[in-house]
Design a protein around this ligand. Sequence first.
Ligand code: ZN
Length: 238
Amino acid sequence: MKTSLSIMNTKLLHMEDCYLKEFDAKIINRGDNYVVLDQTAFYPLGGGQPSDQGTLNGIKVTEVRKENGEVRHFLEKPVEGEEVHGVLDWERRYAFMRMHTAQHLLSGIVIGMKGSETAGNQIGRDYSRIDFRPFRPDEKEVELIAGKFNEWVDKQVPVKIYFSTRKKVMEEVDEKRRVLFSRLPEFIKEIRVVEIEGIDRVPCGGAHVANTKEIGHINIIRTENKGSDTTRMVFGLE
Ligand SMILES: [Zn+2]
């Protein structure tokens, strides 16, 4: 889980502005098929959220990954020069933003109702999944959860992203979620908090929408048993 603003020498612009679609940057390192930039709006693969795609000076960025302590932008062909203009594939990124906030909302509802933790998640463009533990819902409960989800969407609740100190967060957050923050490595003192007002507050380095109304209603496609006490929920958005 990334919660710091920069990785090595690359400033991650999405940390402060998830809606940034274009940016200018300097190339600070390069390999055969990648470049490293002084700043980027591209989200690097991680935390269950896929990498962004887009272009640098019109050349296709196929993937952005953290490797050897760098944020590497992998390119279809080499880019000339020392300065680049980056453009995100916004349709793709926005789909992931809606899904990532949906994941937080669903996780927040389930932990609130049942005390079940999110043991894992994978965000996709068309559907996403979350593994909850311990959790074994019946059909009625799944319906109830979907209904609650849609209520929070209809309520148009702001999603706030801010940095806070470990100490402050630990004091403010409820007991169920305190464990999430306590699991962050000790060296991280400044924590990026993603808060859906009134329902969920967790540490996260991902890209999110600014209001629950942008998520849209949920369609829970299926639930699967994963081991004795874990249930996987697979969902899409309308
Ligand atoms: Zn997250």
